[in-house]
Design a protein around this ligand. Sequence first.
Ligand code: PLP
Length: 383
Amino acid sequence: MTTQHDWTDAGFATRAIHVGQDPDPHTGAVIVPVYQTSTFAQSEVGEHKGWDYARSGNPTRDALQAALASLEGGRHGFAFASGLAGSDAVLRTLSPGDHVVMANDVYGGTYRQLARVHQPWGLQFDPVDLSDVDAVEAAWRDNTRMVWIETPTNPLMSIFDIRALSDFAHDRGAIVVVDNTFATPYLQQPLSLGADVVVHSTTKYIGGHSDVVGGAVVTNDDDLAAPIAFLQNAIGGVPAPWDSWLTLRGLKTLAIRMRAHCANAHAVVEALVSSPAVTQVLYPGLRTHPGHDIAAVQMRDFGGMISFRMVDQDAALKACARFRVFTLAESLGGVESLVEHPGKMTHMSVAGSTLEVPSDLVRLSVGIEDVEDLVGDVEQALS
Ligand SMILES: Cc1ncc(COP(=O)(O)O)c(C=O)c1O
């Protein structure tokens, strides 16, 4: 779908609602329709209106891709069936024998994909503490082609300096990929900080309502966009029209939701900090957080994700079971608050690896319910 109005200079919330989403030229429908079709009529062989087969392209998906690209400040946006399908496409732009320096605290599924899918096919990688320049230098090899950053990380909420790492990688001929799932483009724009590619699990804040799984890849680099476009079609990990539509509907309210997530998270952090049952709160908004100063510069606010530690695993598991407003469930970034135990839930896949997470860790995805209800629930769960 072509955008008739130029929204380039519009603000973030305006672009979320309008880019790629002009009224339907055929019917005037204000909302982009769900083009639930697998194929498109051709007037003659090879003559069509821009779409020929729905794996290669679909107008609903195109609208989503245009909006995603605009929100990240990129020229090229690609939607995938899941965040991991998007990561897979980005990693496949590398060649066997290439080496990836990856943050040593990434989403467990990203680590599993590198370790158990790409490594057996010939990619090499090292998980590294990306806040330690000496460690990055030591891990660097002649064949290092990519730095994979996640910031804030899932689940330890580590912060990495996107601009400094981009300069470092570019000086050595490597590209930088940032998983921006936790921050969202509303809070952090990696391309403007020097990164080459942004990836998302749109399942999380971008979709925002825990009703659809999806992924996104955005870049400004034409040379990277071409292979990603090829892989999107050649491998076919694309979102269905309905899933594209749900994600597009979700992202319209990203700005207002993120403001509410952040405000509620600040209040929940205060409650956690003052709880005697909590031994450590991991939230980049806290001045005591080692990444606070970097986060304050590269993020607009500190997000809706909080992790905290308790005396031991038993205390953490018991606390998880006591929440009432927060639902015990995997995933994050929806309007409803969630609590989980990463060690036994989302991060099982890194058990026994260098990325294993502490067993006393609890992760909260702070939703946009009334703040008094959330703080009250935290207090009763930890009492
Ligand atoms: C930071 C991060 N990146 C990537 C993913 C993978 O996304 P998906 O589950 O949509 O494949 C997740 C999933 O939890 C995640 O938290």
